[in-house]
Structures are given as structure tokens and as C-alpha cells.
Design a protein. Sequence first.
Length: 245
Amino acid sequence: MTKTSTHKGAMRGGALVLFSAGQDSATCLAWALTRFARVETIGFDYGQRHRIELSQRPLLRERIAGLRPNGEPWGGEMGADAVVDLRGYGALAESALTADRAIEMAESGLPTTFVPGRNLVFLSVAAAHAYRRGLDTLVGGMCETDYSGYPDCRAATIDAMQRALSLGLDREIAVETPLMRRSKAETWALAREIGGDALVALIQEHSHTCYEGVRAELHEWGYGCGSCPACELRAKGYAAWRSAA
């Protein structure tokens, strides 16, 4: 089963974080650095229209690695990064994130931003890389609480992938999803719990979530167009967190 505990215990071995430079993956990267002795990252170029996230990755990754929560370095060491070219897959799985299409609800009942099988492909490729790198844990920001209804973000899907990957690699591999049961407000709260105001500020300024790729205006919750589904979720979560703080 996927795990969502935030308890800080003894440092574990190594983990590979699926890191897009979005709010969720940035929080997951910090989370992993408090739990694993070695943390590596992997990102994917699947032809996404909001390609600005790819250019934000190295900057945000460097800033998170350099944080000193409570004046102390992270327990884990930041390792290598890899970016995989999956543009061929992105073209096959055409959506409003990879083609010039309106962001709206489709007849299927899913938003047109749904990229069929995206997390299944990402996890498969990440698992292959982790196998070669000697890492036995994948960490992803999938969430089925405040999300756009994507079926490949659900816990049941991730649990099934964990079993399939372990069978296919003939080696136990864990898929950790620390945000799976958290609302966006709780994700903001988790970031502050892990890295204090400094981590929250980094996520606000340097992460990217907006589907439109807009970085013209810095809102209190971060950069974005303010009207796409990703921005709306992020903004509402931030407002709920601040009102409860």
C-alpha cells in the first residue's frame, strides 16, 4: 500500500522523486530529504505546453537542496537529476496539456487536461531508472483529495502500479505518495511543517503549476494565470491554509 506518514524516523536508503517543479513535487522532494539518505530526481519532457516548468526544475531543485530547516541541513543528500524525453508519448496521448485545445470537461467526464496514462508511463520509466541507480523507492505527488479527477492519481491505481513494478522488475519497489490523502491546504501546511516559511516562500516564488505556463504575475500563492484548474486548486488551497493558520 502507498504510505502517507510524515513521521521523522531513522533515515532510510535511497529514493527517486518524480519532480516536475510544481507545488506538489516540490513538497515531496523536501519530504524525501527528511527521510532518505540519498535522494535523486527525475523529470519528463512530454511536450507539455507549460514547458516553463522544465526551466524551473534546476533552480527550484538547487534552492530546496540549499535550505537549512531549523538551521540544520537536510538529513538526506541530494543526488543526481535526470530529464527524460517523452515527447513521442505526449503526441500520442494528445490533451489540452500537449496540444492547442480548450481546457474544459470532455464527454468522457474527465477534463481535457487528462493525459491518458501519464502517471503510469512516468512511474514505469522512473522505476527503470531507479533500478539502474540502486534506488528502491519512488516518491510522487499524486493526490486523490484536491485534484482534477484524473484516474491515474487515485490510490488504487498507484497501489496496482507498485505491485506491477515489483513483479516486472523482480524486486520490491515502493511508491510513496505523501500527499495522497491531503487537501491542497494540507499540502501547504506540510511544506511549512517540513521546511518552515523558507520552503513555503520557495514554492510560492519558484514552483510552477499553471497549465497555461503564465509567469507574468506573482500572486500570494505563486505565479500563474489564476483561472486554469491548476491555479484555482492552488489558490483555494493557499487561502484555506492561511485562514486556518
